[in-house]
Write a protein that binds this ligand. Sequence first.
Ligand SMILES: O=c1[nH]cnc2c1ncn2[C@@H]1O[C@H](CO)[C@@H](O)[C@H]1O
Length: 336
Amino acid sequence: MDEDAVRQIEAMPKVELHLHLEGAAPPDFISRLAAEKREDISRIFRRDGSYAFEGFVHFLKVYEAATGVLRRPEDYARLARAVGEELAANDVIYCETFLSPDFCGGGDVDAWRDYLAAMEEAAAEVERDLGVTLRFVVTCVRHLGPERARKSALCAAETAGRRLVGFGMAGDENAFEQKDFAWAFDCAREAGLRLTSHAGEWRGPEEVRAALDHLRVERIGHGVRSVEDPALVDRLVENGICLEVCPGSNVALGVYPRLAAHPIETLRDRGVRVSVSTDDPPFFHTSMRAEYRGLARTFGWESEVFGELARASLDAAFCDEETRARIAKRLTGERP
Ligand SMILES: O=c1[nH]cnc2c1ncn2[C@@H]1O[C@H](CO)[C@@H](O)[C@H]1O
């Protein structure tokens, strides 16, 4: 594909469904905040200023160390504004970000309300000033266990609304089982929240089945290893389950050795609804523009494919219908 075509593809309007808010924090944002608080977290950075980690488990530790400097609602509001700027620079017009009451108030509902209010205000500014519509999905953290997940679900249920639209689970897939979190997901569902869970990133297709069976989610975070089980792929297609695929993250963490070996093309060919996201972009040296560029160059996807991808992502978004219609117009180039 010629470079002009790639440049046009890169600049297309985008919908991103899988972005961890703290994981999107630029390293210089975190190091500045640490300096303001006179904390030394230099161990989590390489000399070139990027985040330093080796492998998934270490990544989770560095993630939590970086998150440790975010301690007040105002810190999170600043972060949401910084992430909004990155999204705007990548032509993302709609994004769902994961928020964790575990980090924002330690699972206490009143403290969480203050954090959420600050982030909602920041999101309104980002929408007004940068044209990026943000929606929030509360995530529990799997390796912190089902008790903490209950608290997160209660926080989410108490504050569900126009901006907080979903509930999910992230974290270490090797800790506990999906079914251990059924109470949290039931609680969130009863509050009207839409559901997604990380599965099939590290563990195999059985994890994706467990998320569908026990947590009754309608989207799967990653889910790429579903490709190993044709019957599961059929089920994803039949039930219109959307996979929140993060190719750059999977390559950076070694789930696949390189983009050409990534199953996104096969999953799409089989008719699975896939979306494309960055997960934790500065950690994985990626961005939505870089993801689009990589997919165009590696798989030869033309602009029509990216147009379909954005539309399929928007169809799987957890926002209300009025918002979906407004974003759909912007995807086709109409001004709101
Ligand atoms: O790629 C990922 N896979 C699984 N869990 C992740 C990934 N990136 C971040 N988190 C987890 O998400 C939580 C906050 O939303 C963090 O606790 C981190 O453990």
